[in-house]
Every structure is written in structure tokens, then in C-alpha cells.
Write a protein that binds this ligand. Sequence first.
Ligand code: PLP
Length: 414
Amino acid sequence: MTFQAVYTSEEKIKEIRNQFPILKEKINGKPLIYFDNAATTQKPQTVIDAIVNYYSHQNANIHRGVHTLSQKATDAYEYARKKVATFINAPKSEQIIFTRGTTESINLVAFSYARAFLNEGDEIIISALEHHSNIVPWQMVCEEKNLQLKVIPINDKGELLMDAYESLLSNKTKIVAVNHISNALGTINPIKTIISKAHAFGAVVLIDGAQSVSHLKIDVQTLNCDFFAFSGHKMFASTGVGVLYGKEELLNKMPPFMGGGDMIKTVTFEKTEYNELPHKFEAGTPHIEAGITIANAIEYIESVGFEFIMEHEQHLLQYATQKISEIERIKIIGTAAHKASVLSFIVQEIHPYDIGVLLDKMGIAVRTGHHCTQPIMDRFCIPGTVRASFAFYNTLEEIDIFIESLKKAIAMLK
Ligand code: PLP
């Protein structure tokens, strides 16, 4: 059966694409083909409208105002929090902390939880597949508190070596922090197993869900993770907002990450009493309209449906993988058995950057470089890759154009 034959949803894709105005853009005179979704996703009209609506009808500071606008803005912001809680099946919306993004969410756990509760000699386990955001905060806290950082190695396909993970675990392990999906290679990690094995040693687990939350249905209670972090802009909402989900008992015992307005109950020069969850972790005026757009993005994702998203993105990945494998001198980096719609590759003797520049001239947006995962590039002894990452609004036709353009680029660079 051909990919075209099994693919029956052309009308739906057309309808979806109509909701994303930017997909009608021309880049260098060519229709935009946007394959940089792992870096950030495009925004549907409903998210764009929400931003305009906010500044046209709702703009006011939240949580502290008695006036109508402030209450409107607060209601919209708090509605988004409830939406997020339902979306990832958190028991309570108070367990949803709004941050600026995945990076800040991970830093919050490192500099609140790890700094307060880990002691010299304790160990933190991360994996060789992590984004710098899930490496550097742990290194910083390890240095400060004399902790040990251990790394789960990977095989040549870019899969975690689970036996090695088990041998790293011990009673010294206090935190395990791994991503759900690797942004550089697309590997989907077996996080449920990772979480239960860590719990057997009493460690808490943070899942970096930056790459998974818009591709897979997340249920934090079924996963039983202790923390789950993600970014709004990678799930069709605005930049500048992210989420940290945490188990209530952990969030309650953690000290605040930053001090300032909104995170306090009372302040005197002698002593400050901190606010309840979630406000304890939300110092200062947040990115209000960005937070609000998370609700619109979730409603949009739900209207498309995860069943469709997962099936269509897998088609795109398989189709692109098959087509690209037919091109000489291409090597795919990241060939895990379980992969999300990320296709990283190198072309022998050609720098990824040169491919990226030529593809851009042909209207195609891909990312080139180390993708904030330098240790992965070192593992494969390469300077970087070309990465095409697909979302549910991408099409098989776009992949055909990408493949032909790639062949042209390679021929030009020979
Ligand atoms: N973790 C992963 C797996 C990512 O892909 C990214 C961004 O690419 C991040 C963390 C950091 O996300 P942000 O820059 O939105 O904080």
C-alpha cells in the first residue's frame, strides 16, 4: 500500500492549514514550507485573535484589581490554567505553575527543589539525549551543592540504554530528569518505565515535555511523574509562557524560586509569608496574554484531535524517512524504533548550514546546527545536523518538494 493510498484526510489538512495564516506566506518567492516545528510551532487564527482580543478588550494587570478589566484578564488567565490542568489530567489547577517556558520550569525545580532538599553526595540522573535546558540547570546546582550528575548513555540509534539506567540508580539518586521526546533525534523515551524505576529508589522524576505535549496525549497521573515541564510556543500558543506541573505535596514543601509581587501573603521587614499554590511560584506580572493563548491552543489541538495528529505525523515521518533514505550521501541521525516527527540528517562532506541556507532560498525552513544538544552531536562525532520537524499542518506534497529541493541543494554543493 502506498502512503498516498492510506492517506485519506486531505480535506481536513486543507481546513487546518487555512487556520494558520503564516502558511500562506511566500519566502524568497516560494510558498513557505515550514519544517522547523520542533523549534517553535506556527499559531492558528484563534491564538492570534486571542492576543488581539486581549489588548482590545481585556488588558489589565491580573489578581490584584477590583475593577472590571482586571477581573476579565484574571478570569481569562485562570481559565487557561484550568484548561492546562484538564489537558494533562492534573488533579488540581493549583498544580499548574505558569513560567516563561520549559527552561524556566526546569530551573524552578533545580533551584527550588534540588537546592533545598539535596545534600552533598546526592545524585541527579539525566540522559545523553537532553536539551541544554535540562543539563545546565542541574550542572549549576550540582556545582553549588556538591552533587553528582550521572548520564544515561544512548546507542547508535539514539535510544536510551535502559540497563545502564538501572545500574546508575541507587539510594543516592534523588532526581531523575529526562525528556519525553528528543528534540534533536525524535526518540520517544520510555518515560513510564523510567519513572517507576526511579520511584523504586525514592527519587523524584521531572519530565521535559517540551517536544511531546503537542504530539502525544499527556496524562500526568497515569505517568505518575513528579514534575512535567513544557512551553506554550511549541504547542501553538504564544512565546513567553510555559508550564510546570508538580505533585501537590512537593510543590507545597518547596521554597519559592523568585521573590516579588503576587507570590506573597503578607510582607513586613521582619518576615514575609508566602502565598498559596500556584502563586507562590509566580512572582511579578506574568506574560498575561501569552498565558491566555494556551487555552486557545489547547482548544485548537483538541478540535484537531490527538488520534489524527499522531497518525498523520507518523505518516509524514515514515514517508520522509523513506524518501530521504533513497538519496545518496545522506545519513539519518536518530533511528530509534519509537520516534516522533523529527528527521535529523547529515549529508556527507557538506556542512548542515550550507544545506539550510540553500533550502531557505527555496522557501523551506529547516533547522541546522546542534539544536541545543551539543553532547548528542559529540556522541555522533558530527558538528550538527539538518533537522526537518513536522507538525499536523504539514503535507506529503511539502515533503516531496523538500526532497526534490534537497537533491538540488546537494547537487549545487558538490
Ligand atoms: N527541552 C526540549 C526537549 C526542547 O526541545 C526545548 C526547546 O527546543 C527546551 C527544552 C527549551 O524550551 P524553551 O526554550 O521553550 O524554554
